[in-house]
Ligand binder design. Structure first.
Ligand SMILES: [Zn+2]
Length: 379
């Protein structure tokens, strides 16, 4: 078995910051600082201008610098309206993280991230825009309600699993059979045509279900004949993944971000992490006793996911599908390269031709053999 990793201590906010301030000449004002043109509340909240106003109120109430200091960030004056310190978003030894107190924004020359308070909370905690708002002031965002609705949907799908033998049959065919794992991951089944009635009876409006993407414009359930995995970030469900058990397109998410790496909280302190691309790969590895697994839900990692792998020192075993057109292998190599550039040790695990971790186990592979593949993985 892969050994449990050492605890890296994780939260970078708690580290000692603010060294190296004598090299002031290095820190020129960046042209991007204070002009976050890429960021528009108007676009996100066109339908809810009241929320936009609340966001402005919230930012006035909690200036970015205050928030950072409350989270143990140390900054030193760099100019009349600027502070500089170590970046809380990436590892560094020389301060390149700037806060402009007049414009109430930040910019990091090291990782290139910048924006306002909400953007910072999004990046540092891996939350969506709405979740960041809710974490700063639960009364502002309707996110709490949305999360509750998704929880009810997941509970409903969980119950359906026992009533549809075809769903259980599919799970068994994919080598996933441990009831404890079903419970832990919250795996359920969406038969289709039943969720809307259930949630409406719970008092949720058509509008809320539609905005969450649980139903389509015609009012039909969006997930139909699919095994459902809730995707969580911390406590909150951020999305649902549905795997078709029929002839429909295999993969489906609700609208919006897929969030960070799957079950990242469980592995973030591991010094060795196995990264797979699919949740059925994840499930069979967990069942086989590998505890340090995470999943990117596809071969393309979003910024949050990539950033998570780069927190602290670790070795990442990239284990993507070995498919005929080589796309999984190319993606694995590119990712390994990007990780190495960021100082993370990356190894590329080569499965037998035509296999992914799921099929490897389904077709008789065992934990010992998989461990050998990890051992043979190339940097
Ligand atoms: Zn940075």
């Amino acid at each position: 078995m892969v050994k449990r990793g050492r605890c890296a201590g994780s939260l970078r906010f708690s580290k000692n910051s603010g060294r190296c301030v004598s090299e002031k000449n290095l820190f020129v004002h960046h042209p991007c600082l204070g002009t976050p043109a890429w960021f528009s509340y108007a676009g996100l909240w066109r339908r809810k201008s009241a929320v936009g106003e609340n966001v402005e109120t919230l930012k006035r109430r909690t200036p970015l610098l205050d928030y950072l200091r409350q989270h143990n960030w140390t900054g030193h004056p760099a100019s009349r309206s600027e502070f500089v310190g170590l970046c809380p978003l990436h590892e560094e030894t020389r301060p390149s993280f700037y806060v402009n107190t007049r414009k109430d924004v930040f910019y990091c020359h090291g990782c290139g991230q910048g924006g306002d308070l909400i953007r910072f909370v999004q990046l540092s905690r891996g939350l969506s825009f709405r979740q960041s708002l809710a974490s700063l002031d639960p009364e502002i965002a309707p996110e709490a309600d949305f999360t509750a609705v998704l929880e009810q949907a997941v509970a409903f799908y969980r119950q359906q699993l026992d009533h549809y033998p075809e769903a259980m049959h599919y799970l068994h065919r994919r080598g996933v059979h441990d009831p404890a794992l079903f419970r832990e991951l919250g795996i359920g089944y969406a038969p289709g045509g039943t969720l809307r009635r259930y949630l409406t009876a719970q008092g949720h409006s058509f509008d809320v279900l539609r905005r969450l993407g649980l139903i389509n414009a015609r009012g039909a359930d969006a997930l139909y004949q699919r095994i459902v995995f809730p995707l969580r970030q911390g406590e909150h469900i951020v999305n649902l993944y549905g795997r078709s058990i029929g002839s429909a397109f295999a993969h489906r998410f609700l609208p919006g971000s897929k969030g960070g790496l799957y079950a990242w909280e469980k592995v973030r302190n591991c010094s060795e992490v196995i990264l797979v691309e699919g949740l059925f790969d994840y499930a069979v590895l967990r069942q086989a006793g590998f505890s340090n697994v995470t999943c990117s839900l596809g071969t393309h990692l979003n910024d949050t996911q990539f950033g998570q792998l780069c927190e602290g020192q670790r070795t990442v075993y990239v284990t993507f599908d070995v498919d005929q057109n080589q796309s999984g292998q190319q993606a694995a190599e590119q990712l390994a390269h990007r990780l190495v550039v960021r100082g993370i040790s990356a190894r590329h695990v080569l499965l037998p031709e035509g296999h992914d971790p799921n099929s490897f186990f389904v077709q008789g592979g065992n934990a010992h053999q998989f461990q050998s593949l990890l051992g043979a993985a190339q940097p």
